[in-house]
Write a protein of this length. Structure first.
Ligand code: UD1
Length: 422
């Protein structure tokens, strides 16, 4: 298994291009199932999660061509051959559940394996299922699979989500585009990935209003057509790389970044003493002077502070002057990076959903282990700032969500390399 070796201490200077959003692309790809016309996605990220979604769609009979070295995905579902998403693929990636809504809407039936447990908490799919049921789907849970049918076709409905869920909003939104009548999604997620999906569906002919607010209204249509859509920039990759000069010192511009994608995160960086300025090319980040100051962070659905940046900002706060309080409100058990950071000399006390971080002057390099996607990159950030060598193992987690990490950071002066294992 590959490892990543980092020699810390070098301030970073330069530019880092930000890729298309993994989480947007994982919702946009299943939208192909809604139409027999071609769907082309540009600015796709090149990641193992995207390859997993490709394999899942191919198993349903979708033609997927990867063009321009993977940056363009041409999808066609004119000839679907199956409606069953197998456990073997679904267990690798929870986002596989996103084929359920579109398959049901287009084919009237679907069988999707339940995703099962996940390292960052229980993560059920009840909200997805309840929304589809409200639209007339008949569901049965059997042998670890959701067996879904819509004898009379999906019908528009008022769906009020008990809790804000990105995935459930996406599944219901896609299903509603082909339902009979009007669907209103209340307490919907407002993440930029939802807005991006709604834009793509609208380009395919869907009638949608209110995306980006807590209430989305969808007028069902008979059929959807094809479209070409550019995937929105990855706000989590953006936030991650904004932290690189914040933790090492230096001056880095994240190309293609927009402050509106990371407003609550950038506010916290400013509060800590890091300047984030939007330029014509992206977001320029510089650490103002000396160590950053401790800040308090609580994760929340968009536009709140993203849970997917909690591990990374913790790495920064480990080196801050003073104490910081990090509260995780979205997922239980999402502090698995804390003990690894402590191996590097960080002082962190985790009590339930709250981590208290007391900053130290300098982290020390150590062998550490990635436990999930965002945890893995927080260890890389910590390694960039640490004295000596840090070896991060289990980097297959990293490859799910970050392309070319070594090249992107290396081009700004970081001493980082991938050590190939067998
Ligand atoms: C998406 C992102 C993930 C991010 C998360 C929260 C993708 C592919 N993944 O995940 O990176 O961390 O949003 O921003 O876009 N819940 C239920 N029942 C459900 C669904 C969710 O109780 O049916 C709970 C979850 O356990 C969690 C909360 O709702 O506590 C939010 O999860 P959700 O927004 O659904 O996350 P995902 O869409 O899985």
């Amino acid at each position: 298994m590959d490892q990543i070796m980092i020699r810390g201490g070098a301030p970073l200077h330069g530019e880092i291009p930000i890729a298309g959003a993994k989480n947007a692309c994982l919702a946009l790809m299943p939208a192909t199932l809604l139409t027999d016309a071609p769907l082309t996605l540009t600015n796709a990220p090149r990641l193992s999660d995207i390859r997993t979604m490709t394999a899942l769609l191919q198993s349903l009979g979708v033609e997927v061509s990867s063009l321009h070295r993977g940056k363009v995905l041409a999808l066609s579902s004119h000839d679907l051959t199956g409606q069953r998403a197998d456990y073997d693929i679904v267990r690798k990636m929870r986002a596989s559940i996103l084929v359920l809504g579109p398959l049901l809407a287009r084919c009237g039936r679907a069988e999707v394996s339940l995703p099962g447990g996940c390292a960052i908490g229980a993560r059920p799919v009840d909200l997805h299922l309840r929304a589809l049921e409200a639209m007339g789907a008949e569901l049965e849970l059997r042998d670890g699979y959701v067996h879904a049918r819509t004898p009379g076709g999906l019908k528009g409905a008022v769906v009020e989500f008990e809790k804000i869920s990105v995935g459930a909003t996406e599944n219901a939104l896609m299903a509603a585009t082909l339902a009979k009548g009007t669907t209103v999604l209340k307490n919907a997620a407002r993440e930029p990935e939802i807005v991006d999906l709604a834009r793509c569906l609208r380009a395919m002919g869907a009638q949608i209003a209110g995306e980006g607010t807590g209430e989305i209204e969808v007028q069902g249509v008979e059929r959807l057509g094809g479209a070409t859509h550019q995937v929105v920039a990855d706000r989590i990759e953006l936030g991650t790389y904004m932290l690189a000069p914040a933790i090492t010192g230096g001056d880095v511009t994240c190309l293609g970044g927009k402050l509106e994608l990371v407003a609550s995160f950038a506010e916290k960086l400013e509060e800590a003493g890091v300047s984030c300025e939007e330029t014509a090319h992206g977001i320029r980040v510089t650490r103002r002077n000396g160590r950053v100051a401790g800040v308090d962070v609580a994760t929340a659905p968009f536009p709140g502070f993203p849970t997917d940046l909690q591990a990374q900002i913790m790495a920064l706060l480990c080196t801050a002057e003073g104490e910081s309080r990090l509260e995780e409100t979205i997922f239980e058990n999402r502090f698995m990076h804390a003990p690894e950071l402590m191996r590097m000399g960080a002082r962190i006390d985790v009590q339930g959903g709250v981590a208290t971080v007391t900053g130290v002057e300098r982290l020390k390099g150590a062998p550490v282990m990635a436990t999930d996607l965002r945890a893995s990159v927080s260890l890389i950030l910590a390694g960039l700032a640490a004295e000596g060598e840090t070896m991060v193992s289990r980097v297959y987690h990293l490859d799910r969500g970050y392309e070319k990490v070594e090249q992107k950071l290396g081009a700004c002066g970081a001493h980082i390399e991938r050590v190939s294992g067998e």
